[in-house]
Write a protein that binds this ligand. Structure first.
Ligand code: 13P
Ligand code: ZN
Length: 271
């Protein structure tokens, strides 16, 4: 058995949480990450027969039955993950009936997975249907995107088009646009179901007055999506009080799509 503290997936979680904290996206216990692991990789670092605890789920996670995930812990601070991985995150495996999960490593001080686990698992189920290579769900509270949900219309098309216009790269990075949810109570199945509905054809969903969910095939992809949306929101919040003299037009956005051979969300560009 290899030393799990040296596992690439543990290192990736440590590096990413530290980086997100450094960027100010995860004050206090804000934010959570879950990462679907390759079974052979997980079993190279932990004994699949040693179950430390089993905890219930109150929705059907059976599409993920038998899957291993590394998940951040609830109430824990991203700034502390790298210094003490075993208390601040852990590896879980969804039970065959999808009604519970086993803890196989971590959560060592009695902690448990993030309160947003229903949203994470429902998002994994939705994204895997759209993309079998999907692996990562990431949630955080970046300043500018959070601020923007107070001052911008929450209509998804209007929000997306504003973000696309804030930086040339945006439409290339998220041509499908962003999903937007109005304010809701977090940490429960209802917000999980609402998010999963949107994430099936967006890889990014905003929670008004709360934060953002980004997904991807890799940690870099999920991180990069959030980083790009947050940068666009930063431009919006920076120029918000100033008269706009020029921007990126719809025909120019269409030219970008043509140049990068991407398909923007249908009906969003007036060309
Ligand atoms: P957890 O500490 O339970 O992960 O919650 C943080 C958070 O951002 C809730 O939305
Ligand atoms: Zn949150």
């Amino acid at each position: 058995m290899n030393n799990i503290f040296e596992a690439p997936f543990v290192k990736e979680m440590c590096d990413t949480t530290a980086n997100m904290y450094r960027l100010g996206w995860d004050e206090r216990n804000g934010g959570n990450i879950s990462y679907l692991l390759d079974p052979a990789m997980a079993e190279a670092y932990l004994d699949p027969k040693t179950v430390l605890r089993t905890l219930p789920l109150d929705f059907d996670a059976s599409p993920l039955a038998g899957r291993y995930l590394i998940v951040t812990a609830t109430g824990k601070y991203f700034k502390n993950v790298a210094g003490c991985p075993q208390n601040n995150m852990g590896v879980i495996r969804i039970r065959p009936d999808g009604k519970a999960y086993d803890i196989l490593w971590g959560f060592a001080d009695g902690s448990r997975p993030t309160s947003e686990l229903p949203t994470h698992l429902m998002n994994h189920i939705a994204r895997l249907k759209a993309d079998p290579e999907h692996r990562v769900v990431m949630h955080c509270h970046p300043l500018n995107i959070l601020a923007m949900t107070y001052v911008h219309d929450l209509d998804e098309k209007a929000f997306t088009k504003t973000l696309w216009r804030m930086s040339t790269e945006c439409i290339v990075v998220f041509p499908e646009g962003v999903g937007v949810l109005p304010w809701m109570v977090c940490g429960n199945d209802a917000i999980g179901e609402a998010t999963a509905k949107k994430i099936k054809d967006h890889r990014v969903v905003l929670w008004a007055a709360h934060g953002i969910f980004g997904t991807g095939e890799t940690m870099d992809e999920a991180f990069g999506l959030i980083e790009t949306v947050e940068k666009a929101a930063q431009v919006f919040m920076t120029i918000g009080q100033m008269p706009i003299r020029q921007s990126i037009t719809d025909p120019q956005l269409a030219d970008l799509c043509h140049a990068f051979k991407i398909q923007p969300r249908a009906g969003y560009l007036n060309v």
